[in-house]
Design a protein around this ligand. Structure first.
Ligand code: G1P
Length: 312
């Protein structure tokens, strides 16, 4: 029986250069996603799984993230969001994802923990993280999210050799694999399977010891993937092994502009307050031979439904 997972490490120290100039002063983790910053959507995903402690690994060059978590104002302003316990962990130098996770070692201690990459955004109704925790309760070791990717995309992620395992109810209908031979950003002839590791991890705290000894790998950075490859070699009877749960839900890469805009559109259209109005607006845009001018204006059609758009 493995320990309960109570905390999440969220690496958020990257410069976000793929989204320049937007990220020059605003961290991508604070970009608005409908009515809250991206990082709050990620935090809420973990809170739905009972996780209440967060260690956000950031950089001294991103003071806005620090301000966001320290200027909580929910008592005087009901529109603010209630925050869970968040520690800001500084990564002074950008030395890779593995190095970022290692900075949280003293905060996590010797308990299993989650890592959530905020660029990998899963739809709020996706039960992926909970399924990973349920699988971890059975398997122990480390559990990662997997997603099927095309041969052309494989080089952007990490790849693993996979072997199916049968876990019954814990898998909740998701495919589960035991992983081996995990490699970061493979060349075309190194791709191990159609499955890539995709931004969610449940990790045994022994990964810290491995990370501390992991030399720089791909891009001369300390890679979490390389530490996982070593953890996968530890026998299962010694608490080792890495398993993967295949995502079946909707995933957005919010670290690039196109993925961010897709998440913004999709979640906006589903929003209970103003989704109906936005869908009507979009139908107007799509159906009109005269283009946007023929669509209802925001005040016109929101007014009748008490939507937030009219109130702003
Ligand atoms: C990181 C990880 C990689 C993983 C990917 C998922 O890469 O290093 O193993 O497959 O996230 O998005 P990055 O996107 O930071 O280059």
């Amino acid at each position: 029986m493995s320990l309960e997972v109570r905390c999440s490490v969220i690496p958020a120290a990257g410069k976000g250069t793929r989204m320049y100039p937007l990220t020059k002063s605003v961290p991508k983790e604070l970009f608005p996603l409908v009515d809250r910053p991206v990082i709050m959507t990620v935090i809420e995903e973990a809170r739905r799984c009972g996780i209440e402690q967060f260690h956000v690994v950031t950089s001294p060059r991103k003071p806005a993230l620090r301000d966001f978590f320290t200027n909580a104002d929910c008592e005087s302003n009901p529109q603010d969001l209630p925050l869970p316990q968040v520690d800001l962990v500084m990564q002074e130098q950008a030395r890779g994802l593995g190095h970022a996770v290692l900075q949280a070692r003293d905060y996590v201690g010797e308990q299993p923990f989650v890592v959530q990459l905020p660029d990998d955004l899963y739809h709020p109704e996706d039960p992926l993280l909970q399924t990973m925790l349920d699988v971890h309760a059975v398997t122990g070791g480390c559990v990662v999210a997997l997603m099927e990717v095309s041969a052309a995309e494989a080089k952007l992620y990490s790849s693993a050799r996979v072997e199916p395992v049968e876990l019954g109810a814990a898998a909740a209908g998701h495919g589960v694999f035991k992983l081996a031979d995990i490699i970061e950003k493979p060349e075309a002839d190194q791709v191990r399977s159609p499955y890539a590791l995709m931004g969610r991890y449940v990790l045994d705290s022994r990964i810290f010891e491995i990370l501390a000894q992991t030399p720089p790998g791909r891009n001369n950075e300390i890679q979490l993937t390389d530490a996982l490859a070593a953890f996968a070699e530890i026998p299962v009877k010694e608490g080792g092994g890495v398993w993967g749960v295949v995502s079946r839900g909707r995933h957005f890469d919010t670290g690039n502009l196109s993925g961010y805009l897709q998440a913004q559109m999709e979640l906006s259209l589903e929003n209970p307050d103003f989704g109906a109005h936005l869908r009507e607006y979009m139908r107007g845009l799509a159906g009109s031979p005269d283009g946007p001018g023929a669509a209802p204006t925001s005040t016109e059609s929101a007014a009748g439904q008490g939507g937030k758009a009219g109130a702003c």
